[in-house]
Structure formats: C-alpha cells, structure tokens
Write a protein that binds this ligand. Structure first.
Ligand code: CMP
Length: 144
C-alpha cells in the first residue's frame, strides 16, 4: 500500500544527507518534501509530546533542538515500516544483534540515534502536518 511518512535526520547526521538520499531512492522510496530546520526547545517538546513522561524526555528535546535537522516526507509502498526498517531498532542492545541498519552503521548511541521515523500512519499524518503544515499558522516557521 502506498504510504507517506515523516523522516528526520537528526543534528549529528545532516551533513550525511547525500548518503541518506541514495539509500532512500535505492529502497524504492521517493522524497516528496524536504527542509532543513532548527527547532526551538518548545517546538521539540511539542513534537515529542507523547514521550513527556519518559526519563529521557529532557535530553531528547535538548538534543533535537541543538542544531539543524532535515525533515522529509517519504512516499512509497509501506513507507512507514520501510523507513523504520532502514533505520533499525531504536534500542542499542537490540540493534547490536542485527547490525544491518543505518543506526548501527552511523554509530547511534542512546539519545543520539541518527534519525526518526513515524511509527504509524496516524503518527505520520500528525508529524507531517507539524513540519509541512497545510494550514498557515501551524508548525515551525509559521508561528505567530
Ligand atoms: P525517535 O524515533 O526520534 O523517537 C523517540 C525518541 O526517543 C527516539 O528516537 C530516541 O531518540 C529516544 N528514545 C527512545 N527510547 C530511548 C531510550 N531507551 N533511551 C534513550 N532515548 C530513547
């Protein structure tokens, strides 16, 4: 099924954007929107609101707002799971058991886990709207 998902390249890997584009296109996904953006702490906290109660929340917000990131809309068959499969498991121990993924290859560690991918179609819709708002007045860069 053809899907859209949000992919984020986090601050440590934005200079590797070329490698990601090659990987994305060779995986039968296409980039339909893209931008480089700096989030404020508040915007990052908004984006990750579902993790508010987690012990790593403050570090996560601090990290993703520490520099520019690249946000992309990817489109393709099963794009949501396809992009997450390319990234590999979030969790470092799980990742070490199956190192054929971008996070392993790019040295992801703890909070600095290289990239983000929406975890469901509903999350993708919400997260795409956050970075690429269809209504003026929503999302980063369009705040009042
Ligand atoms: P991301 O896919 O952007 O969405 C949630 C983020 O929370 C995740 O990437 C990690 O950066 C972070 N995260 C999730 N679980 C952990 C964990 N156990 N330890 C540290 N960070 C985590």
């Amino acid at each position: 099924k053809k899907e859209r998902t949000l992919a984020i390249l986090k601050p440590d890997v934005v200079t590797k954007i070329g490698d990601f584009l090659e990987l994305i296109y060779s995986s039968n996904l296409i980039v339909t929107k893209a931008k480089m953006s700096c989030l404020t702490c508040n915007q990052a906290a908004d984006f990750y609101a579902e993790h508010q109660s987690k012990p790593f929340f403050n570090n996560l917000v601090q990290y993703v707002s520490s520099g520019p990131l690249v946000a992309m809309e990817l489109m393709g068959t099963d794009a949501v799971s396809a992009w997450r499969r390319l990234l590999g498991p979030t969790d470092s121990p799980t990742r070490r058991e199956s190192p054929q993924n971008v996070r392993s290859q790019m040295g992801a560690e703890g909070i600095k886990n290289v990239g983000h991918g929406s975890d469901s179609l509903a999350a993708a819709a919400r997260e795409l709207e956050f970075f690429f708002p269809s209504t003026v007045g929503l999302g980063p860069g369009n705040t009042a």
